[in-house]
Ligand binder design. Structure first.
Ligand code: ADP
Length: 427
């Protein structure tokens, strides 16, 4: 292992893992704090980059710190030469954290003299100028993130936001310095270190800036940022001779078996994907949450429907519905309870389908994906080819080699459920 990463949510972890895979690093993603003494971890640690996916964005600070530090210990035990703490490109956090406290704990553990704070990802319209984070043309604090239900971001100054969460001084390496190139950035880092700063927010408004910063942090023990900055890390390991880049696969070997799609996202993109698949003749089963609540729709009843049609062409099981219907169920059962109930059904259904011979599956929805991964007992996944921006095929790192696509609700083109299979070849 060269690079060990700790991501504060699952879809963010996959986003980072895909970025690293595309940069030529063989990458694996692990769900939850890894156990470095387990047999499975030896296989995990043989990859160039390991991304630990936590759910530590909004849980209590002490728990987030504990999980992150234990993950860091495991990654170091596995041989990681550098640790990357990955958070969202919109710096999703609350006044308490968890970005600052987790970064502080990792910084102490790794004796990090200076770590960058760089959620910029210009290709995805996240840029930092004079320490201010922009989402497209809007300041973070004027973007829709200002009204996020869990992590409303009301200040675009990353220096201020990070300083409020951290115990340490936070400086800035402005655009002019980053644009001046590697030597200028290195001098700025040296100066900030001398002045006692523990963090440097780094401006970046185009990919070239991320590459310059990537080269400049070659010797940093800790990196903090979004997935964008990861594009500049492989160059360092390659230059030191530690990494021979592996071109990302265009197709992925998957065990032969039946195929299925589970959609628990109610986002506009997923509902369109369901409609397009249905129109193309994919057999569909619509999960009625009322029926689930009454005990009439169960994983076994869904399986009974699916069983006779399982084969090389997919079946589609979905609970996706329009906001009015979702709202009605939520007011009847409660928002959390309705979500948890449907997630449980999807997880149970996924398990039943795998028991019935499904080896290839697309799962739509972030929370739904987490529930299905847990239901299938998938604890580590190898990253394969990108299907659509941000969504790769992945394969469970166990004897089953389940080949899965975990799609965040809003991701993917309209024909995602139809075209994805062509990226798979028979193992
Ligand atoms: P996204 O990535 O689009 O946010 P998620 O899977 O993260 O998708 O979230 C969707 C949530 O909505 C899940 O908790 C899921 O169980 C729940 N859900 C799915 N279908 C319905 C429905 N018909 N009514 C109510 N809740 C639903």
């Amino acid at each position: 292992m060269l690079l060990g990463c700790i991501a504060d949510d699952i879809t963010g972890a996959t986003d980072l893992a895909l970025m690293l895979a595309k940069s030529g690093m063989r990458t694996v993603q692990v769900m939850g704090v890894p156990d470095p003494t387990s047999d499975a971890f030896a296989t995990v640690a043989s990859f160039d980059a390991v991304v630990v996916a936590l759910k530590s964005r909004t849980n209590p600070v002490a728990e987030a710190v504990d999980w992150s530090v234990r993950s860091c210990d495991a990654l170091l035990a596995g041989g990681a030469q550098q640790i990357f703490f990955k958070y969202c490109s919109t710096f999703d956090s609350t006044p308490e954290g968890n970005i600052g406290p987790v970064a502080d704990a990792l910084s102490d553990k790794l004796a990090s003299a200076l770590a960058i704070v760089c959620p910029a990802f210009p290709a995805n319209a996240r840029s930092i100028y004079q320490g201010q984070l922009f989402v497209g043309e809007q300041l973070l604090s004027e973007s829709p993130m200002k009204d996020h239900p869990l992590t409303p971001m009301r200040d675009a100054s990353l220096v201020r936001v990070m300083a409020a969460q951290s115990q340490h001084a936070v400086g800035l390496v402005p655009f002019q310095t980053v644009a001046a190139g590697l030597d200028a950035v290195r001098s700025a880092f040296a100066e900030l270190k001398t002045l006692g700063y523990r963090y440097a927010v780094t401006d970046a408004i185009e990919n070239a800036h991320l590459m310059t910063l990537g080269a400049a942090i070659r010797d940093h023990t800790l990196i903090t940022g979004g997935s964008g900055i990861a594009m500049g890390l492989a160059q360092n390991f390659e230059a030191s001779g530690a990494l021979t880049r592996t071109a990302p696969a265009k197709t992925f070997a998957a065990p032969t078996g039946a195929t299925a799609i589970l959609a628990g996202s109610c986002s506009a993109a997923t509902r369109k994907q369901v409609a397009v698949a249905e129109a193309a003749g994919v057999p569909t089963f619509k999960v009625d949450p009322q029926g689930v609540a009454r005990g009439e729709v169960t994983s076994q009843s869904v399986l009974a429907w699916a069983q006779s049609q399982l084969g090389a062409t997919p079946v589609l099981i979905y609970s996706s519905d329009d906001p009015a219907k979702v709202g009605a169920i939520q007011s009847e059962l409660g928002r959390e309870a309705a979500g948890a109930m449907v997630e449980q059904l999807m997880a149970d259904t996924a398990r039943a389908l795998v028991d019935a011979g499904v080896t290839r599956m697309i799962v739509a929805g972030g929370e739904t994906s987490g529930a299905v991964a847990a239901g299938l007992d998938v604890s580590a996944i190898e990253i394969g080819p990108e299907i659509d921006p941000g969504v790769p095929w992945v394969r469970s790192l166990d004897a089953r080699k389940l080949t899965l696509a975990f799609k965040s609700g809003n991701f993917g083109g309209d024909d995602f459920f139809l075209k994805s299979w062509s990226r798979l070849s028979d193992a």
